[in-house]
Design a protein around this ligand. Structure first.
Ligand SMILES: [Zn+2]
Length: 225
């Protein structure tokens, strides 16, 4: 599967517990981090240095989660644009990874980098399946497209709740690798725990992550026929 996240840490917050579960079942997990995350701290660190720090932190977090390969697009933080150049970058990744499932932010999110990433991911998934942009690789149709939960604007109608009782500790451990934003992370952790507990209570477990499946390609029949 392929996760497309705007900033380093969004992938952990959104679905870290599920990633550990999926990876432990032997599936390969890939991540694309769209922006360089240089606005993610209040500390005064030069942007070039901070980009390297956040990249290293992401790799440490991803090792804990079991993500096989991480691609950094390096787009400037707070500046993710929905344009052809960025869509082409994602089409190239989708066609080279050839994922069964893609996961990204949901369209009700408030952060514009998250919204731009969600929009790019959705369009790139659809265009990847077409014969457009032949120079970017063989067409690839991704079977499943999911959006993950958000701390500030939780998904209104999740279609999937995945129990993460056994992997919540690994998720929090991965989140703690983002040491350059430890102050922000410290405020996130109770929210991550609270949301996980709430999601879990909906299915009678201690902790869960929520997703909404979106059908990007029209079904060829009614499921019950
Ligand atoms: Zn973010």
């Amino acid at each position: 599967m392929l996760i497309i996240a705007a900033h380093p840490d969004d992938e952990v917050i959104g679905m870290g517990g599920t990633v550990v579960k999926v990876a432990s079942k032997g599936f390969k997990v890939y991540a694309v981090i769209v922006s360089d995350g240089t606005e993610g701290t209040a500390e005064l660190i030069p942007e070039s240095e901070l980009a390297t720090i956040r990249r290293d932190e992401a790799l440490r977090a991803h090792e804990i989660l079991g993500i096989n390969t991480t691609y950094f697009l390096g787009i400037e933080d707070m500046s993710v644009q929905v344009n052809k150049a960025n869509m082409k970058l994602l089409i190239q990744k989708i066609r080279s990874v050839r994922p069964l499932a893609i996961f990204t932010h949901h369209m009700g999110d408030l952060h514009w980098d998250h919204l731009a990433t969600a929009s790019l991911a959705r369009d790139a998934t659809m265009v990847s399946a077409s014969s457009f942009f032949k120079d970017l690789g063989e067409p690839w149709r991704t079977s499943y497209f999911f959006v993950f939960d958000s701390l500030r604007v939780p998904l209104a109608s999740p279609t999937h709740l995945i129990a993460i009782d056994t992997t919540l500790d690994a998720k929090l451990n991965a989140l703690n690798q983002y040491k350059s934003q430890i102050k922000a992370i410290a405020t996130f952790i109770p929210i991550v725990e609270g949301l996980s507990t709430y999601r879990g209570s909906l299915i009678g477990v201690g902790a869960a992550e929520a997703f909404q499946r979106i059908d990007l390609f029209p079904a060829m029949d009614l499921d019950f026929l």
